[in-house]
Design a protein. Structure first.
Lengths: 290, 163
């Protein structure tokens, strides 16, 4: 349970990080370390070089402007948790982040680390999927933006190249008064969720749903948007029976199976939790979001 | 060739300068290099919470940090909590009085976690205490004594702050 030998680098600027990434062919970026350090301790990963991002300038910060929330990669989960700007304009992010690990891990863990690690049950990738976030990545070859829908390439594998790093993510904001909910089922508060669900909702003047987003995670290898459920709810008057029918579509998704839960149980949770998330989002419609 | 660096870390007010291998965990630096064995190491992958320390005033799991990352920083460990050799911190006294420990293995992590928590939430509910210690495993007490101790300590610390 000790990390294998590696060469440690602590660059101070983004160009220095990108130079190292371009040069080293078996390197790992160390951000908050709340996933990479256990993987090093258990020797699941054996990098020749570890590039520590903790001393790099200009990689953290939260900015809400022009209808979107931009959070830099090295921003600590703690700073998102305690940000008044985030809870005011993007309350689903605050609700989700309070379910990310424990205080001790949120104090160190980062947004970019969680997105790049892409654990199938992690909360932040699920929020990114629910909000149609854009992930900003950078390498020596240049910058590019990846839609969250295209970001997962497979189980715990983001669609970024070995010389690229996640520098920030932009989350489009929903209108004031939108309904939202992020709920999860875990064996113990702060444990990895077995399944979680996110729902966002707005209604028009006639009380019909004019925008909806439903996401489940911990089911497949990466978070899934429940597009069938969204299509069933769109344009309808929100009510419990509709939510129940729509959420039932999540039961048909292919689900992982492991020591914590068989796939049938995950499918059951996907249906139940997405219904509960929709119900909770509805109760918050018209609130002051915050 | 091992990758080594010279680092300087302040722990409980004392400065420790050592040359260490860059892969050395902060928990092992504290225990083996600085000989402060009050910080316990349970799982070494960030699950049990026993190795929790305060880094510049906020908690972190020392098994999930490299010692080199603490270079130039200030740490507080279990050894630095009591005001002096003869007196316990009110949180430590509350643990003693409420059977908040049995074997003592999880205790350093419980105390460091609760020190930060009670500083930020001086008047918590029982449920808030349970969530605060949800990242710390205890296999002896069933947690009830720890929760009682935390609530008792909160009262003592409030009284102290008011006095």
């Amino acid at each position: 349970m000790k990390p294998p030998p590696f060469t440690y680098h602590d660059p101070r600027t983004i160009p220095d990080v990108l130079d190292l990434l371009a040069e080293k062919d078996n390197a790992r970026l160390l951000s908050g370390g709340q996933s990479l350090m256990p993987m090093l301790n258990m020797r699941y990963v054996l990098p020749d070089d570890v590039i520590d991002l903790n001393l790099v300038d200009g990689l953290s910060g939260i900015e809400a402007a022009n209808g979107s929330l931009r959070i830099a990669g090295m921003t600590r989960q703690r700073d998102i948790e305690f940000s008044d700007a985030v809870s005011a304009c993007c309350p689903i992010m605050t609700e989700a982040i309070l379910q990310v690990g424990h205080r001790q891990t949120r104090n160190r863990g980062t947004l970019g680390g969680s997105l790049a690690h892409l654990d199938p049950s992690a909360e932040l990738p699920a929020v990114a999927m629910a909000l149609d976030a854009t992930i900003h990545v950078e390498s020596k070859r240049g910058r590019r933006d990846i839609a969250m829908a295209d970001f997962p390439a497979g189980y715990m594998t983001p669609s970024i190249e070995l010389d690229e790093m996640v520098t920030a993510a932009t989350f489009p904001l929903w209108d004031d008064g939108h309904g939202y909910a992020f709920i999860e089922f875990a064996r113990r508060h702060g444990d990895f969720a077995i399944v979680s669900a996110a729902a966002l909702l707005t209604v028009d003047g006639a009380g019909r749903v004019d925008r909806v987003s439903v996401t489940v995670s911990g089911v497949g290898p990466s978070p899934v948007r429940c597009t069938e459920a969204e299509d069933m709810i769109m344009g309808q008057t929100p009510e419990l029976e509709l939510f129940r029918e729509a959420a039932e579509t999540a039961r048909a998704y292919d689900a992982m199976e492991d020591v914590h839960a068989p796939s049938s149980y995950r499918q059951h949770l996907a249906a139940v939790l997405s219904r509960r998330a929709l119900e909770k989002a509805q109760t918050r419609l018209g609130g002051s979001n915050g | 060739m091992a990758d080594r660096r010279r680092i300087s870390v302040t722990i409980n007010g004392d400065t420790y300068e050592r040359e260490v291998e860059t892969r050395l965990l902060l928990s092992d630096f504290i225990r083996h290099e600085c000989e402060l064995t009050g910080t316990h190491v349970g799982c070494e992958h960030g699950v049990c919470g026993a190795c929790t320390i305060l880094l510049d005033g906020i908690t972190a799991r020392s098994c999930l940090m490299l010692a080199v990352q603490a270079d130039g920083h200030e740490l507080l460990t279990i050894e630095g909590i009591a005001p002096n050799e003869d007196e316990l911190h009110p949180l430590q006294q509350a643990f003693m009085d409420n059977h908040g420990l049995q074997c003592g293995y999880c205790t350093p992590g419980m105390l460091t976690t609760l020190l930060e928590f009670l500083r930020d939430n001086p008047d918590p509910t029982e449920q808030e205490v349970r969530i605060a210690i949800s990242g710390n495993l205890c296999r002896c007490t069933g947690y009830q004594g720890i929760v009682d101790a935390a609530l008792d300590a909160a009262g003592r610390l409030r009284a102290e702050a008011g006095a």
